[in-house]
Ligand binder design. Sequence first.
Ligand SMILES: Cc1cc2nc3c(=O)[nH]c(=O)nc-3n(C[C@H](O)[C@H](O)[C@H](O)COP(=O)(O)O)c2cc1C
Length: 172
Amino acid sequence: MTATEDVASALPVAAFTDAMSRLVSGLAVVTTRQAGGQPCGLLVSSICSYSVAPPSVLVVLDHASRCRDPLARCAEFGVHVLGSDEERTARTFASRGADKFAGVGWEWDGAVPRLCAAPIYLRCTAKAVFDHGDHTVLIGEVTRTAVAEAEPLVCYRRQFDWGLRRNGVRHP
Ligand SMILES: Cc1cc2nc3c(=O)[nH]c(=O)nc-3n(C[C@H](O)[C@H](O)[C@H](O)COP(=O)(O)O)c2cc1C
């Protein structure tokens, strides 16, 4: 193993983002309803389980994202963990397209736009929002789950088309 080291006091952004790109993560689309009634959503890798009692998740939003304000102000939002056959959906919601919802199957679940094909769906009530640096942390209490068996879409070293099985990471 070869290693490079950078000291925190002068840490270049590239060193930080390179280090974090080596953290394997799942990918999820986070959605909500905007004040005008339209759905909005973005792709995130910064999502994790936050607490069990109450059941909560934590999502991190870039201030530059157009979805940041609607999500920071919403009462409810949806989290859709994507399956390995949903690369196209991932790329769509990672873009700044005008209507990301045009090519995907979705429906309203109350005030939450729900992507029908996502294998894991969490409906969340927004409970806490705070800013740190150039990002916002959103914590939501999970009020509903729907889970189907599927291989996950996995992000590693800026590639988000890692299928666990086809890369030999997991064998059935
Ligand atoms: C693999 C990957 C992971 C991402 N993770 C996040 C994330 O955790 N939080 C975030 O705010 N943006 C994340 N993004 C960027 C947003 O998906 C992207 O900026 C998107 O265009 C935002 O859409 P919006 O401007 O319509 O809100 C990620 C993008 C990719 C490709």
